[in-house]
Design a protein around this ligand. Structure first.
Ligand SMILES: Cc1cc2nc3c(=O)[nH]c(=O)nc-3n(C[C@H](O)[C@H](O)[C@H](O)COP(=O)(O)O)c2cc1C
Length: 205
């Protein structure tokens, strides 16, 4: 079993258990058809009032100018490893409903849902995605002329996972460390805040 596979307490879909966020990527381009399917998966995410507040800017390493532009919108610590990914994507969220200009409190939630869809589709295609909050939204706004009420929120590095041996020491350790999660009892409550739900104390037979 892969060291990164989720050691689950309860059964979940294989695709969810096998997803993880690598720092090392293979030097191998992603077929355009796969990229289209990733965005198609994002497209079919649920969203509040079907607003579909997600927008993406995509750049592949084959287009050095566009790739450099998008890489420049990441904080330096993310640039250091994300520069080896064959594909970078900037997630830009519309923070207002198009119809009535009211604030959309679900917008960022829905950008996350779309990312979830994209990640599952990617995993099914043997691809890996590393999401990033460490971006430079003001720089992105300037470079891409992102309009008011839209905000660059996250970035995605997409590709095939690389050999951890080729990574610098600090990053190699991250790609070789098992993934950890809080137990269900720490975040599923019943009755009052902080009180573990009896539901999640039970084990499946
Ligand atoms: C919204 C979001 C933002 C993240 N931002 C960063 C980031 O800026 N830099 C980074 O190295 N990892 C980032 N990550 C990756 C997380 O650290 C990673 O998902 C977490 O440690 C769990 O590991 P796993 O995805 O391998 O299960 C981000 C993940 C998410 C979902």
């Amino acid at each position: 079993m892969n060291i990164k596979n989720a050691a689950t307490d309860h059964p979940i879909l294989k695709l969810l258990a096998e997803r993880w966020s690598p720092y090392g990527f293979e030097d191998q381009p992603v077929p355009e058809g796969d990229l289209r399917s990733l965005f198609e998966a994002a497209r079919w995410a649920a969203s509040s009032y079907n607003e579909q507040p997600w927008n993406y800017v995509v750049a592949t390493r084959e287009d050095a100018v566009e790739f450099g532009r998008l890489l420049g919108c990441l904080v330096e610590t993310n640039q250091a490893w994300a520069k080896t990914a064959p594909v970078l994507v900037l997630g830009v969220v519309s923070l207002q409903f198009a119809k009535n200009k009211q604030d959309n409190r679900a917008a960022v939630h829905d950008l996350g849902l779309a990312a979830g869809n994209l990640l599952v589709e990617a995993t099914a295609r043997g691809l890996f995605v590393h999401q990033m909050i460490g971006i430079l939204p003001d720089k992105a706004r300037e470079l891409y002329r992102i309009p008011e009420h839209f905000e660059a929120w996250t970035a995605l590095a997409i590709g095939y996972k690389g050999d951890p041996a080729k990574l610098p020491d600090a990053l190699r350790a991250r790609d070789l460390t098992p993934r950890q999660r809080k137990p269900l009892g720490k975040f599923v409550f019943t009755g009052k805040w902080g009180q573990s739900s009896p539901l999640v104390q039970k084990r499946d037979p």
